[in-house]
Write a protein that binds this ligand. Structure first.
Ligand code: PLP
Length: 435
């Protein structure tokens, strides 16, 4: 399989698309065509790993990793991705729980896959690859966890001092010697600027073999399609019905993986995107005008995106707004509605949801009752509520029990190195830690 940029550059191999992240022309990589599957292609495939082996095979043709696909799959899908039935006042649905990985959010899937692939392609104990990741919270923890202890690989996480929650900070700072956690006295933008400045220094980049693990890497999308394929096949086999999916959406990476699975022939019905108060996508569907803007801060902070970069991929795959709005639904959910959904979820389901997941449960309750009843809906749960306890606990009046993975991480010692948002200071910390 060959890969092209949405802006035309290419072709490159899967391996180069994984290495580069962003294409040279500033576009995003996509496979030259999506393979088509029939449901019979998955006969006998019951586990997530079985489904992954069939679905990923064409994407790995001609990759140096082709012979190691089974190991890559085994390393990526090490935790459960279960469907849980919910019974609520408005009917029944399934919750697709994507939060059983090491840092309790769906980003563990993409980060784990990228780590399994990049370690095999680039891991070199004599000259380690150094992954730089600026984070406002969730991504950095998932990347650090995925590369923790991997031979020939290093990670430098940069996060803004005082702008991440205590639990998030712990998830960014509790790893082994190959992970350097830098607490930057500045904002997220300063962290991003530092990464950019470092990548712009050829001498430094060559010495440390810098690379970046950004959210637009094709290595995030491919494994995310697997849980949609697996869940849709399960529902289809049990009910004879193609489930609809309601997906909490920020940068559109998770939802795009679902839409790709549908394009590949998996039994997926309607797809609805739930955003927070950031209305760039919903306004685009309403007005047909694409107007990216600065992001607003909301309770669903991992979805605070004003310029969802994966829209470029979605348009390339399906077409412009007029086509998109016929094929995909969208609802923007303001903070007050997130609060209402968090309270109702807890009282009706008997367990808490996270603020991102609550945009999906809110959207589901808002559906036309006939549509809600006729379709079988899968609501995507993107993170565990214990990660966002400062939002959730006051609303439900209880503490949220910690899942085992998160509890284990929180017992580890945490260590961060403070740094000023300046390149010289950054380089000095790097030298001290990695020599
Ligand atoms: C990243 C994230 C999202 C948004 O996913 P996108 O792929 O950016 O649309 C939603 N929920 C949680 C918990 C996240 O960490």
């Amino acid at each position: 399989m060959r890969y092209f940029s949405t802006r035309g550059a290419g072709p490159v191999s899967l391996d180069d698309a994984l290495r580069q992240g962003l294409a040279d022309d500033g576009g995003l990589f996509l496979p030259e065509r999506l393979p088509r599957f029939s449901i019979e292609d998955f006969t006998g495939c019951d586990s997530v790993q079985d489904v992954a082996a069939v679905l990923l095979e064409p994407f790995f043709s001609a990759s140096a990793l082709e012979a190691e696909l089974a190991q890559v799959i085994a390393e990526t899908f090490r935790f459960e991705l279960p469907l849980t039935r919910i019974d609520a006042a408005d009917g029944t649905a399934d919750l697709l729980e994507l939060y059983h990985g090491p840092t309790a959010a769906f980003k563990d899937v993409g980060a784990g896959f990228l780590a399994a692939c990049l370690t095999r392609l680039e891991g070199d104990p004599d000259a380690p690859l150094t992954i730089l990741v600026a984070t406002s919270g969730d991504t950095g923890g998932a990347v650090a966890a995925a590369f923790d202890g991997r031979p020939g690989m290093r990670v430098v996480v940069l996060f803004p001092e005082g702008r991440v929650s205590a639990r998030q900070e712990h998830q960014l700072t509790c790893w082994g010697d190959n992970v350097l956690s830098l607490r930057v006295s500045g904002a997220f933008d300063d962290c991003q600027a530092l990464v950019k400045a470092a990548l712009g220094e050829p001498g430094l980049t060559a010495h440390y073999r810098f690379s970046s693990a950004n959210s637009i890497n094709i290595g995030r999308l491919l494994p995310q399609s697997i849980y949609y394929a697996h869940a849709s096949l399960k529902v289809y086999r049990e009910r004879g019905q193609q489930p609809g999916f309601i997906i909490p959406t920020g940068n559109l990476g998770n939802a795009l993986a679902c839409i790709m699975a549908r394009e590949m022939g998996l039994p997926i019905g309607p797809v609805i995107l739930s955003t927070n108060a950031n209305r760039t996508i919903s306004d685009y569907f309403d007005t047909l005008e694409w107007l990216p803007r600065a992001s607003l801060e909301t309770l669903a902070s991992a979805m605070d995106v004003g310029n969802p970069s994966n829209m470029e991929r979605l348009r390339h795959l399906l077409g412009d707004a007029e086509t998109l709005r016929e094929r995909i639904g969208v609802l923007s959910v303001p903070d007050e509605a997130i609060r209402e959904a968090l309270r109702r979820d807890f009282s009706e389901f008997g367990f808490a949801t996270c603020p991102h997941t609550a945009t999906a449960t809110y959207t589901w309750r808002k559906l036309d009752p006939a549509l809600r009843g006729d379709e079988h809906w899968v609501l995507v749960a993107t993170a565990h509520p214990a990660k966002f306890e400062t939002v959730v606990e006051p609303l439900i009046g209880q503490t949220v029990p910690l899942p085992a993975e998160l509890a284990e991480i929180l017992t580890r010692p945490s260590r961060a190195v403070d740094v000023e948002p300046e390149l010289d200071a950054f380089v000095a910390r790097l030298r001290e830690h990695f020599a």
